[in-house]
Design a protein around this ligand. Structure first.
Ligand code: TRP
Length: 331
């Protein structure tokens, strides 16, 4: 799994139901990367506790996320998948990195500012969030980090933290490169902003046809097409762009023509999209159902992943302690 391959690390927050934006924008890419890289993927629960959340729900969200990732095709024999809090080295290295992390830059991070605006009291975890992210990546000496555009700034800060640490304590951490924009950018049901749980505009990944219909029927189409008899313009319609991911090219061309001539209405077009998404994702739903029926298997996979992650992380941490002159012996 590891020999001669360069290393990829990425993280995903257990922040709610997986949706098509996650799947097309990130997870498919994660699966593809396992072909060429030694991939380490982490469910970042320690990041998730920096914003208000329900403790009684977190375990289940972690589990559901693992099910969704595995069902989407992440093969635990071809990558490492684990839960961040099961590897305490993440929190420990974060502390060490805090000593070189520039406060001014932390407080200028766009996501920090956005999130602080949404809470009554700003906790220090929210400020140090990018330092934990740097620890995630540097613990594994990862060279590539697949992330969305919104994480570019955090990645740049990781590189800066690595540089500062290396300058102070000797060259040790490689500066990771972001792999940005390899996933697809998916707009939500509003047809305006990126599909995201915080925008409440998502299409759930594991929904059956009926549930899919209940959300897709609300999707915004070409705003200029008001009545059924108005011709539409697929070029500006987000429902049509979703067809691009799930509908075979011949049917897509047919829909394109019918829309422009008002041969079909938006409802028909959405019905076809719903049916195509449902059948395309049926194998994922089936795998998810199997995994949901076997929680021990899922936790086993995560625990095995954590063991492998720890075997790497503990060495890095011991070296970091040693280079910083701290009195810790080998693991
Ligand atoms: N902050 C990332 C996000 O919200 C998640 C994350 C945490 C991450 N640690 C990471 C991504 C390390 C890449 C590498 O999407």
């Amino acid at each position: 799994m590891t020999q001669g391959k360069s290393r990829v690390f990425s993280g995903i927050q257990p922040s709610g139901e997986l949706h098509l934006g996650n799947y097309l924008g990130a997870i498919q890419n994660w699966v593809a990367l396992t072909e060429t890289y030694d991939c380490i993927y982490c469910i970042v629960d320690l990041h998730a506790v920096t914003i208000p959340y329900q403790p009684s729900e977190l375990q289940d969200r972690i589990y559901q996320l693992a099910v969704g990732l595995l069902a989407s095709g992440l093969d635990p024999d071809r990558c490492t998948l684990f839960v961040q809090s099961a590897v305490p080295e993440h929190a420990e290295l974060q502390w060490l990195l805090n000593t070189v992390a520039p406060l001014g830059e932390l407080s200028r991070m766009t996501q920090f500012k956005d999130k602080s605006d949404r809470v009554d009291t700003v906790n220090a975890g929210l400020l140090n969030y990018p330092v934990l992210q740097a620890a995630d990546i540097l613990l594994y000496h990862a060279e590539h980090v697949p992330v969305g555009e919104d994480q570019r700034q955090h990645l740049e800060l990781t590189r800066e933290i690595a540089r500062r640490w290396n300058t102070r304590f000797g060259d040790y951490f490689p500066e990771p490169q972001p792999l940005i924009g390899q996933g697809k950018r998916i707009l939500g049901l509003d047809g305006a902003s990126k599909m995201s749980k915080s925008q409440s505009n998502t299409i759930p990944l594991l929904a059956d046809e009926e549930e899919l219909w209940s959300v897709i029927r609300m999707a915004v189409t070409d705003p200029a097409r008001v009545r059924r008899d108005d011709p539409g313009n697929p070029d500006v319609c987000n429902v049509f762009s979703l067809h691009g991911h799930f509908t075979p090219p011949a049917e897509r061309d047919e829909i394109d023509g019918l829309c422009r001539t008002a041969g079909i209405g938006c409802v028909d077009c959405k019905r076809r999209l719903t049916a195509n998404i449902a059948s395309e994702l049926a194998p994922i739903r089936e795998r998810a159902a199997e995994l949901l029926a076997d929680p021990d298997r899922v936790w086993d996979i995560l625990n095995t992943g954590a063991k492998r992650a720890r075997s790497i992380a503990s060495i890095t941490l011991a070296e970091a302690y040693e280079r910083m002159g701290l009195g810790r012996r080998d693991p």
